[in-house]
Design a protein around this ligand. Sequence first.
Ligand SMILES: Cc1cc2nc3c(=O)[nH]c(=O)nc-3n(C[C@H](O)[C@H](O)[C@H](O)COP(=O)(O)OP(=O)(O)OC[C@H]3O[C@@H](n4cnc5c(N)ncnc54)[C@H](O)[C@@H]3O)c2cc1C
Length: 388
Amino acid sequence: MSEDQSFDRIRAQVEEWVKGPGERWAEHIEEDGEVPEALWEEMNRLGFLRMAAPPKYGGQGLPFSRWMELMEIFSRSHGSIRMIVHVVNGIWRAMDGHASAQQRERFVLPSVTGEIKIAFTLTEPGNGTGADLTTSVVREGDTYYLSGRKHLITFGVRCDYYLLAARVEGSSGHGGTVALLVPRNAPGAQVKDTSHTMGVTGTDHASLAFDRTPVPVGHRLGAEGEGLDIFLGGFLTPSRISVAMSCVGLAERAQQLALEYARSRVTFGKTLTQRQAIQFMLAENAADIEAARQLVLHAARRFEEGADDASMQSSMAKMHAVTMLTNVTDKALQIHGGLGYWKSQKIERVYRDARAQRFEEGTNEVQKQVVFRALLRRTRPPAAPEPN
Ligand SMILES: Cc1cc2nc3c(=O)[nH]c(=O)nc-3n(C[C@H](O)[C@H](O)[C@H](O)COP(=O)(O)OP(=O)(O)OC[C@H]3O[C@@H](n4cnc5c(N)ncnc54)[C@H](O)[C@@H]3O)c2cc1C
């Protein structure tokens, strides 16, 4: 079987699953407000949680841009299904670049095979995300003692480990930051379930507090001072592209729902599809979705090629795709009329799930900063005039 044929087979499998079992899971999640463990197990058994990891790690080894084509399909599904697929297929990458051989065996490979769940633990309640972080460690022999707070942490309740950003007490900026794998049940760790969110129903989220929680120094990835590189460095580029592709998938779903509804809804003797105002909305959506899809795929290919501008491209793709998603879901809901505001309508859930994308992997304000800094690096200032 050629590579293309084998990819087509996987794509057909994903499409079928999303439309059939995925849709039934979505209804179940909305009814119960929880993502059952059985859903994780099913997706893991089908290989959906290791699409992007290399075969030597037990993954399916898909090239990144091909994997993104599948990410679009998964994202047409429930927000929590998308969240699991996005996080699990990406978290190994954050750890892998800085893991020792022993850490790879202990943390990276089991996260690919689904034996352990790892939560990306960066955001803090009392300060900005990144160099501003205040959660800190004090080293005593071979142990760090961790104190501080984190919040908004996806899978923070059900995970086995937190991949957590902290700093050596007394350090500032990027210097002295560390990336630690903190066991979920470590002494002195308090986990508060904060799972009730606007959308992405059923995904567990947590607020965390640590009070001199002991963490073995052997659980530190990379060196002291490299912590934020692990969280904000190479990993964020593919992860932002994946979020951008999630926006494309979710927008496509909103558009499909709007089109179906417009075909069947009759007002004053005509279907909505016969009204030019509605036709224009659907045509604009189609063009906006396609433009975002192509920009995201371009960023994915630049990342695959190891291009210098991959980080800038990923932020541009995320910025653009998120704005597109906001516009498309708004118009799709409008086409449903007042009924679209009701929970009985799938567009209601899609609209709520879409709003979360504006925060994940950084807001547009942050993406603009990344793009602007890259622009400045690219353009040299004009030479100063020669003195007379
Ligand atoms: C569904 C969901 C899941 C999440 N999962 C995780 C997770 O698993 N792990 C994790 O660590 N985090 C997670 N987050 C947190 C997410 O990464 C942050 O919400 C996001 O990065 C924004 O940070 P903040 O919430 O602290 O906003 P703030 O930093 O408080 O920002 C508030 C507003 O001010 C703007 N702003 C802030 N600073 C500046 C500035 N310097 N210049 C201009 N504007 C600025 C922001 O863009 C934003 O609009 C999740 C969030 C959501 C919604």
